[in-house]
Design a protein. Structure first.
Length: 108
């Protein structure tokens, strides 16, 4: 899939996400986790857990939280806050928007 860019905004090329789900998006050597909240809004964080480097897209989403598939640490994906042991370092978050039917992620 191609990645079109407009400044720092990148088209996210992942399959349609259902509410309370997560998908993996790789761009420019980085992995991002893309979330769709229960109310249909989109959010993005770093795609790798800060504890043991597992891909968060393989984790479980419950409301506003992602649970790491490796050791069960939890983060709030809206804020990036680490909220459940063993994680203690939060995730970086990234702005998202929908424009002309395309899902866009702002990268830096």
């Amino acid at each position: 899939m191609s990645n079109e860019t407009d400044g720092n905004w990148v088209v996210v090329a992942i399959p349609e996400l259902e509410p309370e789900s997560v998908g993996r998006f790789d761009h420019a050597g980085r992995s991002y986790a893309i979330y769709r909240s229960p109310d249909g809004a989109y959010f993005a964080t770093d795609g790798i857990c800060t504890h043991e480097r597992a891909f968060l897209a393989d984790g479980l989403v419950l409301e506003d939280e992602i649970e790491c598939p490796l050791h069960g640490g939890r983060f709030n994906y809206r804020t990036g806050e680490a909220i459940g042991a063993p994680v203690c370092i939060g995730l970086r978050t990234y702005p998202m928007r929908v424009e002309d039917g395309k899902l866009l992620l702002r990268v830096e």
